[in-house]
Design a binder for this molecule. Sequence first.
Ligand SMILES: Cc1ncc(COP(=O)(O)O)c(C=O)c1O
Length: 432
Amino acid sequence: MRNETMAIHAGYEPEATTHAVAVPIYQTAAYAFDCADHGAALFNLEAEGFRYSRIANPTSAVLEKRISQLEGGVGALAVATGQAALHFAFVNVADHGGNIVSVPQLYGTTHTLLSHILPRQGITGRFAESDKPEAIERLIDENTRAVFAETIGNPAGNVCDIEALAKIAHAHGVPLIVDNTVATPILLKPFDYGADIAVHSLTKFLGGHGTTLGGTIVDSGNFPWAKHADRFPAYNKPDTSYHGLVYAERFGRTAYIERARSVYQRTMGSVLSPFNAFLLLQGIETVALRMERHVENARKVAEFLRKDPRVAWVNYTGFPDSPYYPLVQKYLDGNASSLFTFGIKGGMEAGKTFYDALKLITRLVNIGDAKSLACHPASTTHRQMSAEQQRVAGVLPETIRLSIGIEHSADIIEDIDQALDKACPSRLQAAE
Ligand SMILES: Cc1ncc(COP(=O)(O)O)c(C=O)c1O
């Protein structure tokens, strides 16, 4: 099936009891066992089925199958938020003493997770100088457990060379984990280029309406955990917390995602509610259509900004002079992201005046909504970083991040135009 069809049908057929066409919301905490042996078989992971909604739920299971098919994976785990997905994705490869080597251009909270929170649990985030494969390779050592990148960085908009990063990760015997939130599997399928694990905040483009938090981890099934037994003992030695289960032996290609569910989802929670899974499934039905319009509108807005004398710079990877333009052609089929940044003349103060003057475009910290959104990262999402870390992450004091929605492009541009007038009253003055 193709993207548009999978987004609507994958993972669900009208269920046997009621023949409900829409995915039912299974608002239940637990599931009855036929008998003691049935319960035991479920707990031994020998029988398929549901036992308790912290571990799996039929509504969320449809969402998991749908995203997994869209990504071309062997399985997925749905969790409460994108951050929970990232946390589980990292601890599912790294224990105390391990490190994750990452590109520096990350969503601010993920940067905090890797630089402050995981280190307290003995897992270190190592940030490369840039997203260049050589910079990543320099930081990999015997304690590295994964390479990590956002396929399209938020807010830098950089497009990572997934194929090159995957080659380097694999040469050192570690998986490549990517956050594919901004691209979505509609614009980019990272497994096609060698990534092993994809993580999503479903809160953004996939859900698409700014109503519902959610996250997911998708397993490509391609990383050979058994081949790297010394680096990944958790997959290759008996798990004493689960009566001696050896994940790589028992699950083969789905070892990673099964372990994420049995170890982390089971003991730490972060569960997506079935109602939220339902809302996210509604959103996903239209994601392919929406992405088309997001991309098209963003191009028009970026072109408008670039021609405007009041604007100092526009960081849009769809311009042929962007250093990421070749990667946009290779990985995104020319569809540059609708998430991009720009700065207006007059620096921080003019930027703030512009931001406050917006009427249609909402001031907030979210991306990927049907609505157009604007954010001032230096004072919000990336506030916890030092000025230097902000610079490397693509955030300057004046940077405005836009997430262009699917309204009529002329209305979006009119709003930007009037806000620029307020921030920079004389076009001629700006041109000087
Ligand atoms: C690229 C990226 N990954 C992960 C997240 C975290 O997602 P959530 O807010 O669903 O926890 C965000 C949130 O903005 C994000 O932009």
